[in-house]
Write a protein that binds this ligand. Sequence first.
Ligand code: UD1
Ligand code: UDP
Length: 364
Amino acid sequence: PLVLHVLGARPNFVKAAPVVSGLAGIGIRQGIIHTGQHYDALMSDVFFADLGLPEPIANLGVGSGSHAKQTAALLTGLEEVVLGHSPDLVVVYGDVNSTLAAILVCAKLGVPTAHVEAGLRSFDRGMPEEVNRVVTDALSDLLFATSPDALSHLANEGVDAARVHLVGNPMIDSLFAALPTLDPAPVRDRLALPERYGVATLHRPANVDSPETARELVDAVREVARRVHIVVPLHPRGRARLAEAGLVSGENLSIVDPLGYVDFLSLVRGASLVVTDSGGVQEETTMLGVPCLTVRPNTERPVTITHGTNRLVTPALLAAAADKALADGAATPSGDLPPLWDGKAGARIARVIAAWLKGDNLSP
Ligand code: UD1
Ligand code: UDP
């Protein structure tokens, strides 16, 4: 049998690596289709190197565009490549447009699919990712959940429980694997950062796409930078808009290119504070025990609040929340991480896929 993984964006690479290595460990033939949604070396190549992912067997080079244009290019490119390889299973990850397109293409071609990170819900249909999550889960044959709340969301949407497997979080597997190599000092030196610093990442459309929200957010981040030096490895989305809004390097603020996986997590590991709107970073800070302030009105990852170090904040409340987080000091790595966030999710997923390929009855 042949398993294909469809990957397109930075967080996909991080989630797929443990699944690819789990399947390799049990000798299942597989290949990666890179859609090319993310294409800059610092958004793509560096992750393949840092995570030890094998070379893709195809790169569709779809690039950027409006949702319709990008999704259309993804649909056309993926249909051809899936037909060309006749896979027995296609595995998709997370909630990006590449995920949505792959699930649609496979559903129409009758190719079975598995969704890794199923059932997360922000209940905010204004997020493009929420739309992608709902559609992907409705069409997937196998659904792998990272946290128990996902199970009730899927049940409420009428997904057959026999198709759903709570397996833990492969993004945390990747972090476990990288942990011994995470050293803040060399990255801090290279970026000329002081010993005490915070890290910020910002890329959600709701935060960066309009000049008004960008300005409000940048003012809030600059306010935090008056308390602790802030380094911002800046995602290409909104780079220009955030700069116009005043997010430029200065005495207490370092705006740098996106960092590779190991460099970024090294920096996070040594940080006093993280400010973010990323999905994955909420989870990684929970595992590393670093206080995380998420500048969003909601999260599809509530376990990072109940079992971790995450808090939701508005731009207006960010500076006060940062004061508190800095005064309280680094939270100790949580004694009760979310269930199954133990570094073994990829192996669990691989076992379920292997059994499914053999036609075993998988009902829990
Ligand atoms: C995408 C995902 C988002 C995820 C994020 C991870 C969707 C709808 N969104 O958002 O869920 O959190 O990836 O990082 O799929 N660009 C570059 N170089 C690149 C890639 C993008 O310059 O290698 C710029 C382009 O100007 C592009 C913009 O970033 O128009 C947005 O890229 P896109 O992939 O459409 O969405 P992201 O904002 O990256
Ligand atoms: N990340 C990285 N370099 C950076 C910023 C993020 O390696 O400069 C990693 C981060 O550790 C996590 C993943 O990228 O593993 C998250 O991707 P992103 O925030 O772009 O997407 P989201 O999780 O919001 O979908």
